[in-house]
Ligand binder design. Sequence first.
Ligand code: GRF
Length: 207
Amino acid sequence: MTIKLGVLISGSGTNLQAIIDAIAAGTLDASVQIVIASKPEAYGLVRAREALIPTMNMTREAYAEPDLADAVIAMAMRNHDVDYVVMAGYMRKVGANILDAFPTRVINIHPALLPSFVGAHAMQDAWNHGVKVSGITVHFANAEYDRGPIIAQEPVRIEPGMSFEDFEAAMHKVEHKLYPQVLQWIAEDRVRVTVNDAGRSVVQVLS
Ligand code: GRF
């Protein structure tokens, strides 16, 4: 099944590019219907336009009322026939107006092994902590920031002699492979959310 994605970005959009490239390569059965940026200067908007994807940009003023901004975003996603909202370096919190419009259909990528190192500076925080293994998490977003059901995680080891820049590059490399892969699992209808014995919503990926 081809899934229709609406991508939320705030920055350079390398994860958006990885998704666009995977679709072009035929390894991801999806289409990007719209890219919405939280800032007009987000370079990901240029990438979207080059790929002939409709774009919309929000301004700082537009977020003066976050609930209203989310309502506008949800409406734009609906108007573009979006099935899944994909956060790719989106630095705003998504609120109820988006989450309720796309229940279990908002996905985020986080540059740490959740539940460790939540928040906006996860890579730097893990590095500063001196961890020897970090990695990438793809998860469903819910009302609890960075705490939604985990779909996939991929470790990245911090080897002796690695600089922060090396670590960052290794993390991005994994992100760019993992995000399209997880979206393809969703396209193949292999991702199920169930409640486990501890009463927690967890994801099962069917083989
Ligand atoms: C990524 O590291 C992502 O995990 C984090 O923000 C970064 C976005 O990078 N949430 P890009 O805009 O996709 O290049």
